[in-house]
Design a binder for this molecule. Structure first.
Ligand code: URA
Ligand code: SF4
Length: 206
């Protein structure tokens, strides 16, 4: 089976998954997408409202920022990377307001085997974990993102670069934080031999 076929088969399994309580509130699962041969694999937290509606990862506001970093900063279409989340269903606070929250421990335990399988299939050269849930899971640590980001770590022999989650950058986008996320993603790009294109114009990033 080709990588593409393996991913398709796994995505079919995920689409009917009921292993955790998040299946009760989802519109649909968000498996992830991108180049099965991607050198860089980006991992977020879980789908938000827009992703839940569209069935694709990082297509809301945070997604627009990530897309901008990849396409303007690294100069490649986002389809050249692989993009997925720790949780494949939208993590919600309650049924009534569907307010977003990070995935809980039991949800990460239930869902993460799918992510591990995706990583095994794609076999990227580098992983960029964005934010605390992805980073804590991959590195089996309780340390926060601000002390881990900017340095190389490892998951199953694959180099991992933790960085801030794009939503955090949107909410808390001090110049320092913007410089840091760009620094971290540039390090990942350099490691796989990608030439950095241009510095991003942050003002246009929303
Ligand atoms: N935030 C995430 O962590 N993942 C998405 O897919 C969208 C927003
Ligand atoms: Fe299954 Fe993951 Fe969705 Fe939970 S979040 S129901 S484990 S696909």
């Amino acid at each position: 089976m080709s990588k593409e076929e393996e991913l398709l088969e796994l995505s079919k399994t995920v689409s009917s998954c009921k292993l955790c309580k998040l299946h009760t509130t989802r519109t649909q699962t968000v498996f992830g997408e991108g180049d099965p041969d991607a050198k860089i694999f980006f991992i977020g937290e879980g789908p938000g409202a827009t992703e839940d509606k569209e069935g694709r990862p990082f297509v809301g506001k945070a997604g627009m920022l990530l897309t901008r970093i990849l396409e303007k900063g690294l100069g490649l279409d986002r389809s050249r990377f692989y993009i997925a989340n720790v949780a494949k269903c939208r993590p919600t606070v309650d049924l009534k307001f569907l307010k977003d929250r990070p995935p809980e421990k039991d949800e990460v335990s239930a869902c993460s085997p799918y992510l591990i399988k995706q990583i095994e299939i794609v076999r990227p050269s580098v992983i960029v974990s964005m934010g605390n849930p992805a980073t804590k899971f991959l590195l089996s640590t309780n340390e926060g993102i601000s002390s881990l980001r900017g340095n190389w770590h490892e998951f199953n022999g694959i180099p991992v670069m933790p960085t801030y989650h794009p939503s955090f950058v949107l909410r808390n986008g001090t110049e320092e934080v913007k410089k840091e996320i760009w620094n971290d993603i540039s390090l990942a790009a350099e490691k796989v031999g990608l030439k950095i294109q241009v510095q991003i114009k942050w003002k246009d990033s929303r």
